[in-house]
Design a protein around this ligand. Sequence first.
Ligand code: PMP
Length: 359
Amino acid sequence: MKPKSNIVHLPVYQPGKPIEEVKRELGLSHVIKLASNENPFGCSPRAKEAIVRELDNSSLYPDGASMELRQALADHLNVEPDQLIFGAGSDEIILMLARAYLVPGDETIMATHTFPQYKHNAEIEGAVCIEVPLKDGVHDLEGMLSKVTDKTKIVWICNPNNPTGTIVSHEQVADFMKRVPEHVLVVLDEAYCEYVDDASYPDAFSLLKQYRNLISLRTFSKIYGLASLRVGYGIGHPDVIHTINQVREPFNTSRYGQSAALAAIGDQEFINQCKQQNEQGIRYITEQLERLKCAYYPAYGNFIMINTYRPAQDMFDSLMRKGIIVRSGQSLGFPTSIRVTVGSQEQNEAFINALETAL
Ligand code: PMP
């Protein structure tokens, strides 16, 4: 039994250590996880109630097409219902895009340091990944455009970029769309878009009206605080959505996920509060980083890439011993940096105190 030759070298995904495991291993009673860009305030109480209500229907398969959620989200975003596709997290939409559009030998373009699932799924399909270095932590769209050939099928733009937290502007993406050939599908991964408060941030909806070869990916895992329920979505031209639907598993989102997402959309006050708290958190952390003489990329999402000028793994270990789990920049391509999720004010203060003693 031999697996496909293009997957033999692929690493198995290594999740960060769960809080309980770190507590047990290090004998700590209090551990804070700022490693996976989760919402420190959880989800809307309305979403919790919806999950409990849905328990009565546990024996029934979910609606594979997510009709109720689809209509509510279409109304909320002011798009047509057939412009939406749902996945088990946006992770699954990335998988479905690779499955639907890439065959061995196709080329696909992404930044060198970006969300790893683009490359991972493209390689599973046997596509050739062309990686374009970031410029000062930001996507180099000109550089990416220069790599487009007749064989290019998908270009992935992560905005804000994970792990750097930086953004490209509406002007840059609009210019890119104008110049990229129509045979190329452009994937704009906007998993953190609800956190962004910057006038230059792309208006994906106006671009979607102009270009059929564009899809925006979003998720209920981040600001909506529903990461465990696995609901992400794509917004695109109905033809693109139809293609993705052809490779979708029949029941890829759960009843709990659909009901919770539906209820969560109805509580935008919760989302606004989370956004405000996140902005305060970024302000607090970056002020402290200036004081501590650490460098950082401008953060537009709910995480900050911080250069502590110390080996990333050493800093990761020291913070872990103090009960703070962050992401080491080592495996992300930033050997003297750590990526830290913005937490509650109390968590942010605990992180800064731990960082100060570790420096
Ligand atoms: N895109 C980006 C940029 C992400 O950071 C993440 C989560 N880490 C995802 C997509 C996938 O998120 P989910 O599958 O939970 O929607």
